[in-house]
Unconditional design. Structure first.
Length: 293
């Protein structure tokens, strides 16, 4: 079976996997994301991590921020509605003649509101490789969570919500950081906050400062505070994305911890989302890209 390399190149991290057909053989990761590199540093950074895997000519398939304007080479966005892999891949000129590098283009939405994704389209291709007849929504929780309406093998529309980044900013860089230390989580408290913000999203910013006040006045446990913050933000997200998930079949693809929170929130609204691991969907999507004509 021919060996090739699957690459997920994000803003802050790089993850490479040596593949044999559709089977992963080995995975390596580093902190050399797009933000840490100049354009001419991408190829040597990749080679430094993968050099002993490169035995003669080898194909390399990349998704994520390596295809951004500041990345290895810009892979132009495709416009929805489109399949996750419409329009072919960008072939990258390399200095090392052993490398045959292709980058998966991102996807954009012009109306009804502007939006873009890079990397998530590959996870969606992986989801469709597993559920070819999906007619529903792919929810991809993360720093910038994506909600994508999928039908007939195409991304019809999508919405990005900055819930993960807002949670990290508030818990690490705002006055609330003093009340949100640790990593604890209480499901009942979380679900109560989800319900509260879904019902009254206009109270969100006022509810946030209550976390600090409850700590100062009552010594509220930090795990409770973190659970409330997570619930308030995800509840606000569900309120904003209701047209995407209400009454639809939902597939969740994210990290185990984040997926658990979204699964609990959606179940509280009467949905039973299907769970597919994010890393596996990325590899499945890159495999589909390799096989795509």
């Amino acid at each position: 079976m021919t060996r090739w390399i699957a690459v997920d190149w994000g803003t802050t991290a790089l993850r490479i996997t040596l593949m044999s057909g559709d089977r992963p053989l080995d995975t390596r990761a580093s902190g050399d994301g797009m933000n840490a590199l100049t354009r001419d540093a991408f190829e040597p950074t990749f080679i430094s991590l993968a050099d002993d895997w490169i035995d003669g000519n080898i194909q390399v398939f990349i998704c994520g921020m390596a295809g951004a304007r500041q990345g290895w080479a810009e892979a132009a966005y495709r416009t929805v509605p489109c399949s996750p892999l419409d329009g072919g891949l960008l072939r990258v000129e390399t200095t090392d003649p052993r490398l045959d590098v292709r980058i998966v283009p991102g996807v954009r939405q012009v109306s009804p509101h502007p939006d873009v994704m890079r990397g998530e389209e590959t996870q969606i291709a992986g989801i469709l490789r597993n559920i070819s007849d999906l007619d529903g929504v792919a929810c991809l929780p993360g720093t910038h969570t994506k909600w994508a309406h999928i039908s007939a093998g195409e991304i019809v529309s999508f919405r990005t919500v900055m819930t993960g980044e807002i949670f990290a900013t508030i818990s690490n860089h705002s006055v609330l950081r003093h009340s949100l230390t640790g990593h604890g989580w209480d499901e009942d408290t979380f679900l109560s906050a989800v319900s509260d913000t879904l019902s009254r999203p206009e109270h969100l910013t006022a509810r946030l400062f209550e976390l600090r006040a409850a700590d100062l006045l009552h010594g509220q446990d930090a795990a409770i505070g973190r659970s409330i913050l997570s619930g308030l933000l995800i509840g606000s997200e569900l309120a904003a994305t209701k047209p995407w998930w209400l009454g639809r079949d939902v597939v969740l693809t994210g990290s185990p911890k984040t997926t658990r929170a979204y699964e609990c929130a959606l179940k509280s609204q009467g949905l039973t989302p299907r769970i597919l691991p994010a890393d596996e969907m990325t590899l499945a999507g890159l495999t589909a890209a390799k096989e795509h004509p």
